[in-house]
Design a binder for this molecule. Structure first.
Ligand SMILES: [Fe+2]
Length: 250
């Protein structure tokens, strides 16, 4: 896939200047990853941990997006494309539908290890990209982008945004009787992840109806999340959501 196919997203595409990262930044990355992995080795979904190995993430060096994409593309056709920052919805959906994940290249500082108001490379790569190595998740995410790119009704997009939020960002999965995390917002936030692991968040069985009706709150730890029983379930939920959107039932 070449950049020429992107139009809405074109103004946001940048190069990752890998050589410009400082030793301090590599050391912040190492601290973030080391701390997160201690919990994730026990509490992350199998698919996430497999993806982490497949894409060749290093624990002590910031990821080079060209290298990550070289390992990812032959598996699922996805790549991790550097962008300048937050994308407007049409550009974001366009990139997802082209299997290009918009990836920020800046890294939070040591003073804000726990929280950044906007996604950084730790959230985008450590949080999101390992799941893109999973074939069903990869298909789901492209389909999500394609459907959203074709919709202009904001009320419908808000509902589909909830499906994204409670899967891609804050998804949990039931594996061998235990709740495991796979959503990037849980993977990349110590506080959000601990909130789930420590049982402070109710977990309902994933139901598309309930997900579509559950408003997103960004200013507090989650009190309710939804557990799928397999990644196939979110793939199927997206197809059902598309049928409902097309027939005016969403
Ligand atoms: Fe995210």
């Amino acid at each position: 896939m070449t950049t020429e196919v992107l139009s809405a997203a074109a103004p946001y595409l940048i190069e990752q200047d890998y050589a410009a990262y400082t030793e301090e930044q590599h050391s912040v990355w190492a601290e973030l990853v080391g701390r997160a992995l201690r919990e994730l080795e026990k509490h992350a979904a199998r698919e996430y941990l497999e993806g982490f190995e497949i894409i060749g993430l290093q624990k002590d060096r910031l990821p080079n997006l060209v290298s990550i994409s070289k390992r990812l593309a032959p598996r699922t056709g996805w790549n991790s494309t550097p962008v300048s920052g937050f994308l407007p919805a049409p550009a974001f959906f366009e990139m997802l539908s082209a299997r290009r994940f918009p990836t920020t290249t800046w890294l939070r500082s040591r003073d804000s290890l726990e929280y950044t108001p906007e996604p950084d490379i730790f959230h985008d790569v450590f949080g999101h990209v390992p799941m893109h190595a999973h074939k069903v998740f990869a298909d789901f995410l492209e389909h999500y982008g394609r459907v959203c790119a074709s919709i202009s009704d904001n009320a419908i997009l808000e509902k589909l945004g909830r499906l994204f939020w409670y899967t891609v960002e804050f998804g949990v999965i039931l594996q061998r009787g235990e709740i495991k995390v796979y959503g990037s917002g849980l993977i990349s936030s110590h506080g959000e992840c601990k909130n789930v692991i420590d049982g402070h968040c109710a977990i309902h069985r994933f139901s598309l109806d309930e997900v579509l009706e559950t408003k997103v709150k960004v200013d507090e730890l989650h009190k309710l999340l939804f557990a799928v029983s397999s990644i196939d379930q979110i793939y199927e939920a997206m197809h059902e959501a598309e049928h409902r959107a097309i027939s005016g039932r969403l």
